[in-house]
Design a protein around this ligand. Structure first.
Ligand code: PEP
Ligand code: MN
Length: 267
């Protein structure tokens, strides 16, 4: 049985998300241009999404691929975000980026590759913006939950866990989405947990079923990659949903989330 999460209610209130709505963060893998970002944000707003992925510093596996717009993208995402009245979520890769990114992004993201960068976690713990903490792809659930404590110990209680898949021998998917961790988090911690079925699968054709499953497992929300034309995406096109598929995902998960809410706090 889960302890009630005042932290989650507070977060939802600050982002004007209704209690009966899942906490959904959606947007491109990486912001590619102002027009592309504007098109995505306009679509998301039409669907009532308030939290938008706005990655400008991208941790890419290959140094030869698009690394994000970097500093050039910061003012642009700020302008688009303000124009549409949404809250941005952006990844911090090093401590020097914190002052600038925290002035643009309502939520700062720690990516899978930095979950155990304890110096960075401690720095983020001393600033006020909520932190989305993605699970390290080699971290067990205990290590994942302890990483969140590095933030909380420094004074930042606004931490959202994000399951994004772990590395296993399975080769049909990019990662193995560990949905076990959702009910485990609900039992073992008082932190909200959301699930990223985009990085967790690496395949847009199975993102929707895994998103449904995540909510049915008790997740508080989702992080999902969307792109107007996934085949042309500069990063993670294979796992990005087009706008139609995103709309389908949303209507399914909203329905399932309402059922889960009616069940109350039963795990
Ligand atoms: C991301 O969400 O932009 C990302 C890079 O994900 P992860 O850190 O889970 O790979
Ligand atoms: Mn991505």
């Amino acid at each position: 049985m889960r302890r009630p999460s005042p932290a989650l209610s507070k977060l939802k209130a600050s982002f004007r998300i209704a209690e009966r709505e899942p906490l959904i963060i959606a947007g491109p893998c990486a912001v590619e241009s102002e027009s592309m970002f504007d098109e995505i944000v306009a679509m998301l707003v039409e669907h009532g999404i308030r939290l938008v992925r706005a990655g400008v510093f991208k941790p890419r596996t290959s140094p030869f691929t698009f690394q994000g717009l970097g500093l050039d993208g910061v003012d642009m995402v700020r302008a688009v975000g303000e124009r549409h009245g949404v809250f941005l979520v952006s990844e911090v890769m090093e401590a020097e980026q914190i002052p600038l990114l925290s002035s643009v992004a309502a939520i700062l993201q720690i990516g899978t590759r930095n979950m155990d960068n304890y110096a960075l976690l401690k720095r983020l713990g001393t600033q006020p913006n909520p932190v989305l903490l993605k699970r390290g792809f080699m971290a067990d659930s205990h290590e994942f939950f302890l990483a969140a404590e590095y933030l909380r110990r420094e004074g930042n209680d606004a931490v959202i866990l994000c399951e994004r898949g772990i590395r296993t021998f399975e080769s049909a998917t990019r990662n193995t989405l560990d949905l076990n961790v959702v009910p485990i988090a609900r039992i073992a911690t008082d932190l909200p947990i959301i699930v990223d079925p985009s990085h967790g699968t690496g395949r847009s054709d199975i993102v929707i079923p895994m998103a449904r499953a995540a909510i049915a497992a008790g997740a508080d929300g989702l992080m999902v990659e969307v792109h107007p034309n996934p085949a042309k995406a500069l990063s993670d096109g294979l796992q990005s949903l087009d706008f139609n598929r995103f709309a389908a995902l949303l209507s399914d998960v909203r329905e399932i989330f309402a059922v889960m809410q009616d069940r109350g706090e039963k795990t």
